[in-house]
Design a protein around this ligand. Structure first.
Ligand SMILES: [Zn+2]
Length: 247
């Protein structure tokens, strides 16, 4: 289990981008996908991890469902002094962000922030119902947090979705968020062998940035949860996923 402080400067986006291994990371497409289901532990993870992919899917007429599992009302592990927004603020921000990306089907499950492990069984039931009803296997792409991300809610939700996706036979791509911050490119836990990337167009990158800007409670203020240096990881014109079984 990785522990990290979101207040730390973290690894720079530039250090990641310079790594020569990106040259051999395969590209992903959404050809043949008719339904994209993106799961997030907290409001903003879906945009950080897959905002460009969501924009592309909407543009291509793919049905998109975004599921945010917790209410984002304050992770007990957040650094002291970080402003804790209430659930209504986070919900309104998620709705505004998804409106920017053209997502109509946003589901806020409202579980307690920081308690994905404690609520694991109920969340698994909800995820199972959503994935089971999401259409046939090759047509549906599921996107969820990468369990190695080092944040407990991300890890546990990632494990739940991986388990359910395997049981109901759905394709799964996993997005890292905090790995970009706590790991360096040479860290042994970085899954280079299963990385794959979606190169984003300029409109897709722009749409992602605009949607992220709607999460004011997370990105602005004196000590934002997501500081400017961290956000540089998500201003890139590529989104990286961990694709374990050929995608
Ligand atoms: Zn999160």
């Amino acid at each position: 289990m990785v522990t990290f402080d979101s207040d730390d400067p973290g690894t720079s986006a530039g250090e990641w981008r310079q790594d020569p291994r990106w040259g051999s990371v395969p590209a992903l497409t959404i050809a043949g996908v008719r339904h994209l289901v993106v799961l997030a532990a907290h409001p903003d993870d879906e945009t950080l991890g897959a905002g460009g992919l969501i924009a592309r899917a909407v543009e291509h007429g793919v049905e998109v469902t975004v599921v945010v599992v917790t209410d984002g009302s304050g992770d007990p592990s957040a650094p002291v002094g970080v402003r804790v927004p209430d659930a209504a603020v986070r919900a309104a921000e998620a709705e505004a962000a998804m409106a920017e990306l053209g997502v109509v089907d946003l589901r806020l499950l409202g579980f307690r922030d920081g308690a994905v492990r404690e609520e694991r069984d109920d969340i698994a039931v909800a995820v199972h119902e959503i994935l089971r009803s999401a259409g046939a296997a090759p047509d549906t792409l599921v996107v969820a947090p990468w369990p190695g991300d080092g944040h407990r809610d991300h890890r546990v939700l990632g494990e739940i979705v991986a388990d359910v996706a395997r049981r109901v036979g759905r394709r799964l791509w996993q997005y890292p968020i905090w790995m970009w911050h706590w790991a360096t490119p040479s860290h042994p836990d970085v899954p280079w062998g299963t990385f794959a990337a979606v190169p984003l167009s300029r409109p897709e990158t722009t749409a992602k940035g605009t949607a992220l800007g709607r999460y004011v409670s997370q990105t602005e203020g004196e000590r934002p949860m997501l500081h400017a240096r961290f956000l540089q990881h998500f201003a890139h014109d590529v989104e990286v996923f961990v694709v374990a079984h050929g995608g």
